[in-house]
Design a binder for this molecule. Structure first.
Ligand code: ADP
Ligand code: MG
Length: 695
């Protein structure tokens, strides 16, 4: 068996490989670019490209690709081989610095939200040297940013890099006030990824899963998650074999996959990597999702990454653990042992409180999608209301400060198991809150509203931007204070801003109905659906924020909003069409067959003078459902036609939600009731019981 340290990163052109394969001056120049973000010369690029190509060929690569993250939400790649014609009808393997640095995919086939009609179709991909290139399936992958001919962003990576830059500058400004001068501050993220595994044979029989990624029909199985026996439960052999294979593949690609366990729902699992710099974490999460799907195929399984593959059982999320650290290794969200006197931590924390309160809309809309609408507020994920959990200790400290009271330090109590051989452990001074959308968990914030399929770039752009903006504001105010009165000025600021924004702090149960009412009293936003949330994207305050930080221009913000609205409409439309087709071609015919069987049986029994009241009851029930299903399917098709007449995109999306999606729910309810009445051999596809309890 290969040793893990040797296997780890074996398919990655990482720092160690660069050190081994590049001349010293080139290596130093490249490292400089990676660490400080400076430009790279064409000579350096040529040498790096050649070394990269030789290394990739040794790893079995024949092609290279500029790998990018367009607004489709998935990654894009176009493979070009290394071959170059040579004399005598031969080829040589060639890869130049120019090819490494810049690519020119046709931008016209990717969503641009209207940016394209005003600008040319041409787009560029530009190498992101801060994220390592790697070899997968005989292709050298080069992580890149994707921009239009005129420099407008067409992807998720470019604004993420810009937001990191903003946060870096703003945090350095604040640290300078504390006499600290690290080279850089970078946000780090550990995304926990949930997923389902189901047998491939059964998946193939579910057109809804194949087309839309989720089941559009399915009655609740007799056993779901009610016994709570799956979470952290024993992992079945077939699943464990998958997880082992997955870990190996991820490790080869330099991804720190570390935690694996069963999740709450049957057939649901989780993988968490060790956290890394956010742009790398984003690349790695995209790669992880792709590898998850691929490895599943090898095991005759299908990995479902949809946010809500099954109604009635928990959907899948992605917890975004976020912190920021200096190049000197200091985590700025570490409260330390003496919280009360940690002014720097309190200042950064207050900036985050203010940022989350002022930009609730941006955080909410960054996780909005048709799929995630099923989860938010459904008592399995945080509500659509954004709030923060700080825990008792920090909240008490801020409250004492706000009311000028004396503060007494909290000390973690001793916890004893009552068994002598088990060491005593100390209680954390803050408990976890599993219902909060944005929870402080000791030295990081866990943004828990993300759906499993989401590209984590967008939520992190929002967090970075919102926090950077407030840090700039705090820095501007405190830079004016004299050194002698700095501490007082900082404390006054913390007190003032905490009082102004403490409505966003909520340590209680976010699933409780009473919280909805309380949040409304506090004036917090409750944006229930994707169209509701997206309407806030281009509010003037938001456009100004992005412009101020040079993350998006006006047009780019509006383009993004339109792309997301359009995507929402398309997803609901595809789901509705799929539903209509399955109802007419599979579900109604099955019901008709059953009613014929029943009617035959009733007439035969009656002819023999045997009573058939149960059969008649059943027949009545099924027949009534057939009528309801047919009517509802027609209503759905009419709603779709009506919505298409709407010319305003925002309004169209709202109608998709209020009319099309609502009718889909109604139609589904009838079909699910029918499923419980129709015999298994007549039901056209595998049931929830088959799909969820089989592996
Ligand atoms: P839980 O499920 O209990 O929340 P996990 O161990 O499943 O915890 O995942 C926690 C995630 O948080 C991991 O990806 C971990 O690497 C990440 N993490 C830990 N510390 C930090 C930090 N300082 N900044 C960002 N992420 C962190
Ligand atoms: Mg976890």
């Amino acid at each position: 068996m290969t040793k893990i340290p040797e296997m780890f990163g074996s398919m990655v052109f990482n720092e160690q490989v660069m050190r081994e394969r590049l001349p010293k001056d080139i290596f130093t120049a490249l490292q400089n670019t990676i660490k400080t973000g400076g430009p790279i010369s064409s000579e350096v690029a040529d040498v790096v490209a050649n070394a990269m190509k030789d290394w990739a060929i040794e790893k079995g690569a024949t092609h290279y690709t500029h790998w990018f993250q367009p607004m489709t939400g998935v990654t894009a790649e176009k493979h070009d081989s290394f071959i170059k014609p040579a004399e005598g009808g031969c080829v040589i393997m060639n890869f130049s610095g120019k090819q490494l640095i810049k690519g020119e995919p046709d931008a016209s086939s990717f969503p641009s939200g209207g940016l394209r009609s005003t600008f040319e179709a041409r787009g560029y991909t530009a190498w992101d040297p801060t994220s390592y290139a790697f070899v997968k399936d005989t292709v050298l992958y080069i992580p890149t940013a994707f921009i239009s001919y005129s420099g407008q962003v067409l992807d998720k990576k470019t604004p993420l890099l810009r937001s990191m830059d903003s946060l870096n500058k703003a945090a350095l400004r604040v640290l300078k006030l504390f006499g600290k001068k690290p080279c850089r501050v970078t946000p780090a993220v550990g995304p926990e990824q949930e997923y389902f595994l189901i047998p491939r044979e059964l998946y193939k029989k579910r057109p809804d899963l194949i087309i839309t990624g989720r089941t559009l029909f399915g009655a609740k199985p007799p056993k779901g998650q009610e016994l709570d026996d799956h979470y952290f439960g024993h992992i079945k052999t077939k699943v464990l074999e998958y997880m082992e294979d997955l870990d190996n593949e991820l490790w080869k690609l330099g991804i720190y996959a570390t935690t694996r366990h069963n999740e709450v729902a049957p057939a649901q699992h989780e993988l968490a990597p060790i956290y890394s710099t956010v742009n790398i974490a984003t690349d790695h999460n995209q790669l992880t999702m792709a590898v998850m799907r691929k490895v599943a195929k090898k095991h005759d399984l299908v990995c479902l990454l949809h946010e809500k593959p099954f109604a009635g059982v928990n959907g899948s999320g992605k917890h975004n653990n976020w912190s920021m650290s200096t190049s000197d290794g200091e985590n700025l969200l570490e409260p330390g042992k003496d919280l009360k006197n940690n002014l720097q931590f309190m200042l950064f924390l207050t900036a985050i409180i203010k940022a989350v309160d002022e930009h609730q809309d941006l955080l909410r809309l960054s996780v909005a999608s048709a799929g995630n609408d099923h989860r938010l507020g459904a008592n399995e994920a945080p509500p659509a209301i954004i709030s923060m959990f700080l825990g008792d200790e920090i909240t008490d400290l801020l409250e004492t400060l706000a009311s000028d009271r004396e503060y007494s330090n909290h000390v973690g109590n001793k916890l004893s198991t009552g068994v002598e051989s088990v060491p005593v452990i100390y209680e954390d001074t803050t408990d976890r809150n599993r219902t909060s959308p944005f929870a402080f968990t000791g030295n990081k914030f866990e943004f828990r509203s993300l759906g499993s399929a989401l590209n984590i770039a967008c939520p992190n752009i929002m967090i970075n931007a919102a926090v950077a903006d407030v840090l700039n504001e705090f820095a501007a105010e405190l830079e004016k204070a004299k050194a002698a009165s700095f501490k007082k000025a900082a404390l006054d600021l913390i007190k003032r801003e905490y009082i102004a924004h403490r409505r966003i702090v909520f340590n209680g149960d976010n699933y409780a109905e009473s919280w909805r009412e309380e949040a409304e009293r506090r004036g917090l936003l409750n944006l229930k659906s994707t169209p509701d949330a997206l309407a806030y994207y281009d509010r003037p305050e938001n456009v100004e924020l992005f412009k101020r930080l040079k993350i998006y221009t006006d047009e780019e913000v509006r383009a993004r909003k339109d792309i997301l609205l359009e995507n929402y409409c398309k997803v609901i439309n595809i789901e509705a069409l799929t539903m209509g087709e399955i109802v007419l071609k599979q579900i109604l015919p099955a019901a008709v067959r059953f009613t014929t069987e029943l009617a035959d049986n009733i007439s035969k029994l009656t002819a023999l003078g045997v009573q058939a009241s149960a059969q008649k009851d059943l027949l009545d029930g099924v027949s009534a459902l057939v009528t309801s299903i047919y009517g509802s399917a027609q209503k759905l098709s009419e709603a779709q036609t009506a919505v298409k007449k709407e010319s305003d995109l925002q309004r169209e999306a709202e109608l998709y939600y209020a009319q099309v999606f609502a009718t889909m729910q109604e139609l589904r309810a009838y079909c699910d009731r029918l499923e419980t009445l129709v015999p298994k051999d007549l039901w056209p596809f595998p049931t929830y019981g088959d799909l969820l309890l089989y592996v």
